[in-house]
Design a protein around this ligand. Sequence first.
Ligand code: NAD
Ligand code: IPM
Ligand code: MN
Length: 355
Amino acid sequence: MKIAVLPGDGIGPEIVAQAVRVLEVLRTEGLKIEIEAAPLGGAAYDQYGAPYPEFTRKICRAADAVLLGAVGGPQYDTLDRPLRPERGLLGIRKDLGLFANLRPAVLFPELANGSTLKPEVISGLDIMIIRDLTGDIHFGEPRGMRTNDRGEREAFNTMIYTEPEIRRIAHVAFGIAMKRDKKLCSVDKANVLEVSEFWKEIFTDVAREYPQVQLSHMYVDNAAMQLVRNPKQFDVMVTTNLFGDILSDEASMLTGSIGMLASASLNESKKGLYEPSHGSAPDIAGKNVANPLATILSVAMMMRYTFNNIEAADRIENAVKKVLEKGFRTGDIFEPGMQKLSCSGMGNQVVAALG
Ligand code: NAD
Ligand code: IPM
Ligand code: MN
């Protein structure tokens, strides 16, 4: 198992350090894990002058899987756009063809009472959000800023999907729905956007190859509302890059915290990039208080999806469950009566629970 580790920026190095400890436990027990670290994002800009430098690209291309923390920070927000950390992340996703982003919003029952939502609304929650990750307005050209004929400044981006891009994410979504409750909700804005109308048309067409799956369509504004009104109506949701970005952050709160939402970004082969869904959290960086569980759960996803090591994946998830059962919490999921831990303190507990 050749794993490239990209700590990134902000809380990235802190949370990734805890996830690497989990990998090290598995290695001590005999899994052949090779780890190679490389910078991405602001850290890479500082060292190499580019957010996804050749050094990092080589290591990631040679690896079977990539573990990433997060990128970005206010000190980079005034750089030219191609030099910004976020472009490094978009660059690696595009470079490795990681078009299928899986973000499972699963509630650990132990966190039901700590949520900002009523326990009965979220108990038993288990939604798989599938987000296209390499198309849409994130990558669409043309993009930019200019002065128009009237001498006014204006800015523009392009929301665009090709038919093959829609078809391949549709097949991923239907395939996952087949393995779950056979219920797929495709989220769009087809009442206004041509690109969404096209998306809907292709999904309806692909659906004919999966007659057992019940496909429904929902407008994104309604979906945002339904996710907090009655999230358990959903099993698998699939949507475009930008809508998926927003809805998955929203769904993370159904699990208690953005610090709990893992993700897998997969390409046509089994290579994957695994990262928490959240960002570099500059407001808490360097304080050793971030929740490392989303990153640790991303390692479980890595074991499941890239290495097909279901036993290791289950073990990591069970270790997290055990730690939560014992009442250990980082600040973001803390509630009175529980024991508050630091980021590394939580790592200690997960490592202990694994043993
Ligand atoms: P963010 O996800 O970094 O933070 C949002 C809020 O959630 C903050 O209050 C933060 O403290 C909290 N939070 C996030 N992760 C947490 C964790 N593990 N434990 C406890 N609390 C956590 O989003 P933002 O503030 O909008 O963005 C900050 C930077 O991160 C920006 O530069 C942005 O571009 C970048 N970003 C990167 C990624 C990524 O690398 N995948 C994703 C989103 C944002
Ligand atoms: C995410 C982030 C990224 C995105 C940014 C940092 C480029 O928000 O991974 O969810 O928009 O995809
Ligand atoms: Mn996001």
